[in-house]
Design a protein around this ligand. Structure first.
Ligand code: ADP
Ligand code: 3PG
Ligand code: MG
Length: 409
């Protein structure tokens, strides 16, 4: 059995004096003033940056921000990210604005001192990035002797900075390893869930089934319990022939939900009650009702109190838990209790030593809003990448990295 080679596998001597291209995912939310409003993805890379620093390696950090379509766009500049990173790391991290392939960039990169880093401006300002253009990848690869794949959130993309350049550096014999965050993500989302302590309980929710079909199909045969909440549950309610009123649901997935209920049998657990309102808003007049009592004008915005208790009992009995997708519209006060209650129970279970792995951008935001992120075993920094990995798909940004035989550990 092979595993991905990581930064921890590199000895001091393999790092010292070497320059690395470090692909990070600093695609972070910005506030209306353009300042970083959540730095989780930046903080998550600090151990890797510290390891490079203490070993005397230098690094050029590469990231995207948003989807600027291959041209300069000031609203997607990484300038505020460079400032935030400087604050967090305790020294100035320069932003390199010259384009890959230019003499100016090569000179600036050449002058980064051992133990120091610089951040390149948004790599998606160049069309070669998302096209994974070979020449563009070459221009990036020529900047360094080694590659650190730290952008777990981008690992489901095959772009020049996380795949093309990594492959070239690897072919040249340079190390191409997973950073410490990437390694952690793989440990929890790939290894821990491949051989889970049982009962293995997965909780899925969120807005849509359609984006998570692969995940549901892949996870159902592996879990002892599949709990379904959020708007996703509405489509299953319809498959049971229940009234769902004006709730968000996917008509074209009702047949699929029926099939899953058929094949999943006892494994699938749906909410038995809901929080409904005539409108989903911050000042909605809400009412708890059994799932059989939803009226034609109702919108389901959350799971109800009995479902919270039933789901909590399952979690407290679990040996391993995976959570992806909020139980309701947790962004609005009247509909957040289902998600927050569950998040607190999950955190209690993690405190008790049970692995609790959280994937998905909105689920991570919900755990943070509930104030329990730090207590979870692992909160993934990936959205689409975590779903792909959990669904059993290959991630190009991982596949391109070196592997080592497990026995040699
Ligand atoms: P994640 O990013 O964790 O994978 P999703 O993107 O699938 O999660 O879904 C998150 C969204 O689902 C949230 O914005 C939440 O408001 C919404 N949602 C959850 N339950 C409902 C519901 N009953 N009706 C409408 N939207 C819902
Ligand atoms: C993310 O935030 O999901 C990643 O940074 C990937 O971004 P993308 O969906 O624009 O490729
Ligand atoms: Mg989402």
């Amino acid at each position: 059995m092979a595993r991905t080679r990581t930064l921890s596998d590199l000895k001091d001597g393999e790092l010292e004096g070497r320059r690395f291209l470090a692909r990070v995912d600093y695609n972070v939310p910005l506030d209306p003033e353009g300042e970083v409003s959540a730095a989780t993805r930046i903080d998550a890379t600090l151990p890797t940056l510290e390891r490079l620093r203490e070993a005397g390696a230098s690094a050029v950090l590469v990231s995207h921000l948003g989807r600027p379509k291959g041209k300069w766009d000031p609203s997607s500049s990484l300038a505020s990210v460079a400032r935030e990173l400087s604050r967090r790391i305790g020294y100035e991290v320069p932003l390199l604005t010259d384009p890959p392939g230019s003499r100016e960039l090569e000179d600036r990169v050449g002058s980064i001192e051992p133990g120091r880093i610089a951040l390149m401006e948004n790599i998606r300002f160049h069309p070669g990035e998302t096209e994974n253009d070979p020449q563009f990848a070459e221009a990036l690869a020529s900047l360094a002797e080694g590659f650190v794949g730290e952008a777990f959130g981008t690992a489901h993309r095959a772009h020049a900075s996380n795949v093309g350049a990594a492959r070239i550096i690897r072919e040249r014999g340079g190390p191409a390893v997973a950073g410490l965050l990437m390694a952690r993500e793989l440990r929890f989302l790939r290894e821990c869930l491949a051989d889970p302590e049982r009962p293995f309980v997965a909780i899925l929710g969120g807005a849509k089934i359609s984006g998570k079909i692969d995940l549901i199909r892949a996870i159902l045969p592996r879990v002892d319990r599949l709990i379904i909440g959020g708007a996703m549950a509405n489509t299953f309610f319809r498959a049971l022939g229940l009234e769902t009123g004006e709730s968000l649901l996917e008509e074209d997935r009702v047949a699929m939900a029926a099939e899953l209920l058929e094949s999943g049998g006892e494994t699938i657990l749906l909410p038995v009650d809901c929080v409904v309102a005539e409108e989903i808003s911050a000042d909605a007049q809400v009412r708890d009702c059994d799932r059989e009592a939803v009226g034609p004008a109702d919108r389901i915005g959350d799971i109800g109190p009995r479902s919270r208790e039933i789901f909590s009992r399952e979690v407290l009995n679990a040996g391993t838990v995976l959570w992806n997708g909020p139980m309701g519209v947790f962004e609005l006060e009247p509909f957040r209790e289902g998600t927050f209650h569950l998040a607190r129970v999950l955190a209690d279970q993690a405190d008790a030593g049970v692995p609790v792995v959280v994937g998905g951008g909105d689920s991570a935001a919900a755990a943070a809003a509930a104030g329990v992120s730090g207590r979870m075993t692992h909160v993934s920094t990936g959205g689409g990448a975590s779903l792909d990995l959990l669904a059993g798909n290959e991630l190009p940004g991982v596949t391109v990295l070196e592997t080592v035989e497990m026995a040699s550990r």
